[in-house]
Design a protein around this ligand. Structure first.
Ligand code: SF4
Ligand code: ZN
Length: 740
């Protein structure tokens, strides 16, 4: 353990705690001890206090207790002769620093709004959950928290694109000599937000706390670890060390900072924050030669390595944290990776576009015989990009033909739905929608780098081979940009889509002998199992029965297994003998049984990545459904965030269940409690989104007038308002058998 680090980190912790105390006293003086303090849209109070102290901070006065805890953790600043042989005191000072930083950052919300310009501030729970899914399914191998800046802006851009191409989430906080890497990226026009995996938290190093409170909440949300005492704190930290593959990157020397010792290259506050991160098992990598810490113990590998050249820093970091990363080798002239998936191409930056409201465009994937497919063949029928005029819209048809001995026609739609993701991951390409409602843009930058229409084919050939090698032997792609040809083909494509919908829509849970399990989320919620049936898809909305079937065919040791239903125990509630036996084993004995279609009796459990939550509204004798994008209050007096905090983690909570959006229009929707007639409230946005599927379904059930009787936040926010509304419109739930 280096003396310099210990001294600087402990000194930094003292400074940080002193600042927190000063900020707190000032704020209390101005607002009083009873003033509220909270981060926006979270059920985890101030997550760092919840983690380390089990403290539920709500008022400024509560922060005095937090501050006391931080003070008690502060180590004595070692004098120059003293040698600290182990990390203990430094780590405690690290925790003190984190508590102080959480105080400082949360006070910013009390005193104004820290979210301004490029800085995003605290991550709300709904975003945590969205990004959590990417961590769960492996799209994101980990995250890096960068403090500081690079020498040149171009190095910053290269570094960030390197992380994006490896799908590593980038958090940014702090600066070096007044410059932050996020500012360098902004100067270079790099789009920074959650969709592009680049998250600028704040210019001060204290904002790094948001990366750590994100990590702490990941363990609580997905790991189901209940915070409260030191044992839980240790579990949360261990969870992070083992499952949240993160590291800290300190860039640049703080040559202009005051109060540095001779030869000290990084400020005390940065050392102190790094000591805090090491508690989470997150190692530190620096480009400047700060003292290294090698002994392994808390981190999986070294705690600190330094003096790494900027060109090598990503690969060294990956080794250091032991990440498994696959870089996609796709023969196209632009970088490729999930970090580019969510980027948009604005009109000013666009070279050409296809579809949207401008032209006909669609994509279609069909199964062919082996003889019919010449592997790797890509044809462009119609003008190529160099024959197109900048700023114009052109028609587009992407048709993919696959052949494989194990391929089945049912898999067509499963593969076809992946086209969106595959194409979006190319840097400078925007893709939205599916089937005949796609909208695609190619940026000027991509066009300048030589991206061609043909490259859509390159991407698809490579990705279908890569991800579906078990079922796909040959792939060929025909891309049409010829107007007449696209107009002619779009009708045939629509017939295919309709045919598929009829087939899938007609499939019932009674039709099949086996359902599929999904245990993908067990990497985060170890006791959670989804049972996916034709009429109830996985709660994340990403896995239908057909998806699971294809996924099993692709990898029989993967997360999806066929499970024979066995004897029907209760057809209405959805309980089967073999399913019970299976979940008993797979939930590690935590669940003995569940009902797929009941919310009141042994409902299916939830991991944390549900698209929506259904919950009973006792006063209305019905249920409400809230989607995860809704940040307002629901009629049961809880936000989505606070509900999610209760429902997740693989526990069975009668009255609450996580569901996928498609399940809402299923004929099996909570049939155990009477089905659709029980829906009394939905968020407006969700109601609009599912209307197209709900209306015909309600008609079939003879309930066509029900739809307009379901309230939204525009009709009622409080339970009594809701009951009043339901009485006025004559909602049937009020007359149904009591739910309790
Ligand atoms: Fe997770 Fe269930 Fe979705 Fe599988 S189906 S990814 S277990 S939420
Ligand atoms: Zn999940």
């Amino acid at each position: 353990m280096s003396k310099i680090i210990a001294t600087a980190a402990i000194r930094g912790a003292h400074a940080m705690v002193a600042r927190a105390e000063e900020d707190l006293q000032k704020t209390i003086k101005a607002k009083g001890k009873d003033a509220q303090v909270a981060y926006p849209n979270t059920a985890y109070y101030l997550p760092i206090m919840l983690l380390f102290m089990g403290q539920k901070v709500q008022k400024l006065g509560d922060l005095e207790e937090s501050l006391q805890e931080a003070k008690s953790l502060l180590g004595r600043i070692p004098d120059n002769e003293l040698w600290l042989p182990y990390l203990g005191e430094t780590l405690d000072s690290g925790v003190a620093t984190l508590i102080a930083e959480e105080i400082i950052e949360s006070l910013k919300y009390v005193n104004g709004n820290p979210v301004e310009g490029i800085w995003l501030g605290f991550t709300p729970d709904n975003i945590l959950r969205q990004q959590g899914i990417k961590l769960v399914d492996g799209r994101m191998p980990g995250f890096v928290a960068i403090a500081g800046c690079t020498k040149k802006n171009s190095e910053a851009v290269d570094l960030i694109q390197g992380f994006q191409a490896r799908n590593i989430l980038v958090f940014m906080a702090g600066n070096t000599n007044g410059k932050a890497i996020a500012e360098q990226l902004a100067e270079e026009g790099v789009e920074m937000n959650w969709d592009t995996f680049t998250v600028p938290y704040g210019k001060e190093i204290t904002a790094a706390i948001h990366a750590l409170n994100f990590a702490a909440r990941s363990a609580m949300t997905f790991g189901g670890v209940e915070p409260g005492d030191m044992k839980a704190a240790r579990e949360i930290l261990l969870y992070n060390k083992e499952r949240v593959h993160a590291f800290v990157m300190a860039l640049g020397a703080d040559s202009k900072a005051k109060g540095l010792d001779d030869g000290q290259l990084i400020t005390d506050e940065k050392y102190a924050t790094a000591a805090g991160a090491i508690n989470f098992g997150f190692p530190v990598i620096a480009d400047v030669p700060i003292p290294e810490i090698h002994p392994t113990g808390i981190c999986t590998y070294e705690h600190v390595i330094s003096g790494i050249k900027i060109e090598e820093i990503i690969s060294r970091a990956i080794e250091l944290r032991g990440l498994t990363i696959k870089i996609e080798e796709i023969p196209i002239p632009v970088p490729y990776g999930a970090g580019f998936e969510g980027e948009r191409v604005r009109k000013e930056d666009m070279h050409v576009q296809f579809g949207g409201k401008y032209t006909d465009a669609f994509e279609l994937l069909r199964m062919k015989t082996l003889e019919e497919v010449e592997d790797g063949k890509i044809e462009v029928i119609g003008p190529e990009i160099d024959e197109m005029k900048q700023g114009e819209a052109y028609p587009l048809a992407i048709t993919v033909e696959v052949a494989g001995r194990e391929f089945q026609e049912d898999f067509e739609s499963v593969l076809e739905r992946r086209i969106h993701e595959f194409i979006s991951c190319a840097h400078g390409i925007f893709h939205m929608g599916q089937r005949s409602i796609i909208w695609v843009r190619i940026s000027k930058e991509a066009a300048e780098k030589g991206f061609k229409v043909k490259d859509f084919g390159e991407i698809l050939v490579a990705k279908f081979h890569d991800e579906f090698s078990k079922i796909v032997d040959r792939v060929q792609v025909k891309i049409y940009t010829d107007k007449a040809k696209v107009a002619e083909l779009v009708n045939t494509a629509k017939e295919v889509y309709n045919h598929r919908d009829d087939k899938v829509g007609a499939m019932t849970d009674e039709d099949v002998e086996e359902y599929y399990s999904c245990t993908l989320c067990q990497s985060y919620a170890p006791n959670h199992v989804c049972i996916v049936t034709p009429q109830r898809l996985g709660l994340c909305g990403a896995y239908t029965w057909l998806d699971c079937k294809a996924s099993h065919q692709i990898d029989e040791h993967g997360p999806n297994e066929p499970v024979k239903k066995g004897d029907v125990i209760d057809a209405n509630k959805g309980q089967w003998s073999n399913i019970n036996a299976y979940i008993d084993v797979k939930s590690n004995g935590n669940l003995k049984k569940f009902n797929a279609y009941s919310i009141m009796e042994e409902p299916m459990t939830s991991c944390g990545c549900f698209e929506c939550i259904a919950a009973v509204v006792p006063e209305a004798n019905g249920i409400m459904i809230v989607d995860r994008d809704f940040t307002g209050m629901t009629p049961i007096g809880m936000t989505f965030s606070s509900l999610a905090g209760q429902v997740g983690g693989g526990q069975q909570i009668p009255g609450f269940t996580g569901i996928g959006k498609l399940y809402i229009s299923s004929p099996k929707f909570i049939s155990g409690e009477g089905g659709h007639k029980r829906i009394v409230w939905m968020t407006k946005q969700l109601k609009d989104e599912v209307a197209e599927r709900m209306r015909p379904q309600l008609e079939v059930e003879g309930l066509s007038d029900l739809w307009d009787k379901i309230a939204t936040e525009e009709d009622a926010e409080m339970p009594d308002q809701l009951v009043e509304y339901l009485t006025k419109v004559g909602h049937p739930a009020l007359e149904m058998e009591s739910l309790f």
